[in-house]
Design a protein around this ligand. Structure first.
Ligand code: AKG
Ligand code: FE2
Length: 198
């Protein structure tokens, strides 16, 4: 039996200094393109400003924050909107697959290949030590890059429509992750990162 042909179970990706898990297709009762359409339409997308090295910039993507807890991110405090029924549905599927619990979600909307996410770690104090962060993607595939903070190691993963990625253990202490702009035209992509704010 070829275990790696199975795209509906969460599989461990070997990585130094942390845990990384990937599932090609998160089982939802909804088709990914239907979820994509609804997330595009139902979300109150905002263009936020963020502080980078003391200077304010527009984020190169749209975002929204939902859930049960306030959150500080890139120098800003987000007051969450309540979870929508669709977000709760996705959250349940993520909790079932990962065996973890989450109380917040950050949604990111990459409108095209020019949108991106700078390298960072999800290591805010509110997430506690060794946080589990579960990321679900819809729409156009984009390359998710992990760079080790001190070793010359890089891992690249194509995050396609309907996939689930779980970062856990000491990963945020040792690695940064981000999504670069691309030159190849890309359609829209929506990513949801579920977190547990303690
Ligand atoms: O879009 C992605 O896959 C990454 C999102 C991310 O790293 C975050 O929201 O903290
Ligand atoms: Fe992140």
């Amino acid at each position: 039996m070829d275990l790696f042909a199975d795209d509906t179970t969460l599989q461990s990706i070997p990585i130094d200094d942390g845990e990384l898990w990937f599932q090609q297709r998160l089982a939802l009762d909804l088709a990914p393109d239907e979820v994509m359409r609804r997330l595009q339409a139902e979300t109150d997308w905002r263009a936020e400003e963020i502080q980078v090295w003391g200077k304010w910039h527009m984020q190169p993507r749209l975002s929204a924050w939902h859930g049960e807890a306030r959150y500080r991110y890139s120098g800003k405090t987000f007051d969450p909107l309540p979870f929508t029924p669709l977000q709760l549905h996705i959250k349940q599927a993520v909790e079932r697959e990962t065996g973890r619990r989450f109380n917040s979600v950050l949604l990111n909307y990459y409108r095209d290949e020019r949108d991106s996410m700078g390298f960072h770690a999800d290591d805010e104090r509110e997430l506690g030590p060794d946080p589990a962060v579960a990321s679900v993607s819809f729409g156009a595939p984009r390359t998710f890059i992990l760079k080790h903070r001190t070793l010359p190691k890089t891992i690249k993963l194509a995050l396609g429509d309907g996939c689930l990625l779980l970062m856990a253990g000491a990963l945020q202490q040792h690695w940064l992750h981000g999504i670069n702009k691309e030159r190849t035209p890309r359609g829209p992509r929506i990513n949801l990162t579920f977190r547990m704010i303690v």
